[in-house]
Design a binder for this molecule. Structure first.
Ligand SMILES: Cc1cc2nc3c(=O)[nH]c(=O)nc-3n(C[C@H](O)[C@H](O)[C@H](O)COP(=O)(O)OP(=O)(O)OC[C@H]3O[C@@H](n4cnc5c(N)ncnc54)[C@H](O)[C@@H]3O)c2cc1C
Length: 357
């Protein structure tokens, strides 16, 4: 069931996502990213850290056209026998999920209806959410080399926000994400004040992108015969709204769980266990990072970016979030170098840790 007339995100854009545990899924579902890259640039004020990672970033096209990620997946599913009913909006009325005013009667319901999910609202009506909004523009080209990712922090203009850019051969996208309703005014303000972003865009006019990401307190993604997937399952990264990787991984786990349920009678709740082992731990750490970003000022971020090169050369930044010991080592290294700034920042991190619990 799809509420739109056709397949595809209403906004043409590039979604960039880390290639962690995606290779098997890419092979299995025969999907192809537009390009990939191992180099990202992290900017704050005049500071810039160039990060060459062992983990690649994959660039997926999104939108209503041939090569988009959703179209590639849709074709595979249709070839395998999926029937799609377009222009059909599901609703909740009198505590029932309805389709064209008729109750849905199905053995299993998969809620993959995005950030504003009706199925999630039905399963978890008391969910507490925090919204991160996104505004951006896409261009047929930008003055950035293909495959480079640039991230900017502008805490004085947009506290807790960020600007994210990426470009493939055919499309470039610049997105602002943040808590205080980013829009074209913010976009132009940031473009005017930041000469690097200004240089990337030049005099071009892009097509607009709007959207949001949800940070949630739900602990389960299965309710009775309903399974939540992707943004509806609240697995997108709370820091930068990265949602493609968790959507693909949760979708794949939902397929596995449903097959085992139908063929061997296994409980649907094993889906929650699979997610816990793969995505939920990262989700919690990223929630801490988001809370910290919202507490820091431009100086704090300058301090972090200035020291990233040193940390990368000493410990290595790849996969640091998966190794709690390395996070502690990093804090100790920074403390020896700059005790005052590290203590100030450490206090904000500890506060954020408790808030994320
Ligand atoms: C501005 C912005 C930038 C982003 N950048 C990135 C990025 O760089 N990298 C990244 O990995 N992620 C990014 N994301 C997140 C990413 O786009 C999402 O996480 C991803 O699309 C989630 O996929 P999904 O299938 O769960 O949901 P969606 O892609 O939202 O799909 C949900 C589908 O359900 C349909 N639907 C919704 N409600 C109903 C209803 N009531 N009835 C019937 N159908 C319904 C919709 O029409 C849609 O087709 C960004 C998000 C935003 C907003």
């Amino acid at each position: 069931m799809e509420k739109q007339k056709n397949i595809g995100n209403p906004y043409k854009k590039i979604d960039i996502t880390e290639d962690i545990d995606l290779q098997n899924i890419i092979k299995k579902y025969k999907i192809k990213p537009e390009t990939n890259s191992d180099t990202s640039f992290w900017h704050v004020g005049h500071e810039c850290f160039k990060f060459k990672s062992k983990i690649k970033d994959l660039f997926f096209l999104r939108g209503n056209f041939e090569r988009s990620l959703e179209n590639q997946l849709f074709k595979q599913a249709s070839n395998a026998g999926m029937e799609t009913i377009f222009s059909t909006k599901i609703k909740i009325k009198n505590n029932k999920i309805l389709l064209d005013n008729k109750k849905i009667d199905s053995e299993i319901i998969i809620g993959a209806d995005g950030a504003d999910s009706i199925v999630t609202k039905y399963c978890f009506p008391n969910e507490k959410i925090k919204i991160i909004e996104g505004y951006g523009q896409s261009y047929t080209d930008l003055n950035i080399p293909v495959g480079e990712t640039h991230v900017f922090f502008e805490q004085n203009i947009m506290p807790g926000g960020y600007v994210y850019t990426g470009r493939t051969q055919t499309l470039g996208t610049i997105v602002i994400g943040g808590r205080n309703r980013p829009d074209i005014k913010y976009f132009n303000k940031i473009k005017k004040s930041n000469f690097k972003i200004n240089k990337f865009i030049g005099k071009r006019r892009g097509t607009e992108i709007w959207g949001k990401g949800i940070i949630s307190n739900i602990k389960k993604r299965v309710y009775g015969n309903m399974i939540l997937v992707g943004d509806a399952a609240r697995v997108a990264d709370p820091l930068f709204l990265y949602g493609v990787r968790p959507a693909l991984i949760s979708g794949d786990y939902a397929v596995k769980t449903i097959i085992e349920h139908l063929e061997n009678g296994k409980n649907l709740e094993q889906y929650d266990t699979l997610l816990k082992n793969k995505l939920i731990q990262d989700y919690y750490l990223s929630k801490v990072a988001r809370n910290t970003l919202e507490k820091t000022n431009q100086k704090d971020i300058e301090f972090i970016i200035k020291n990233l090169d040193y940390i990368d050369k000493t410990i290595g930044l790849d996969g640091i979030s998966e190794k709690p010991k390395d996070v502690i080592k990093t804090i100790m290294l920074l403390f020896v170098k700059s005790p005052y700034s590290t203590t100030k920042l450490g206090y904000k991190v500890i506060q954020s840790l408790f808030e994320a619990l």
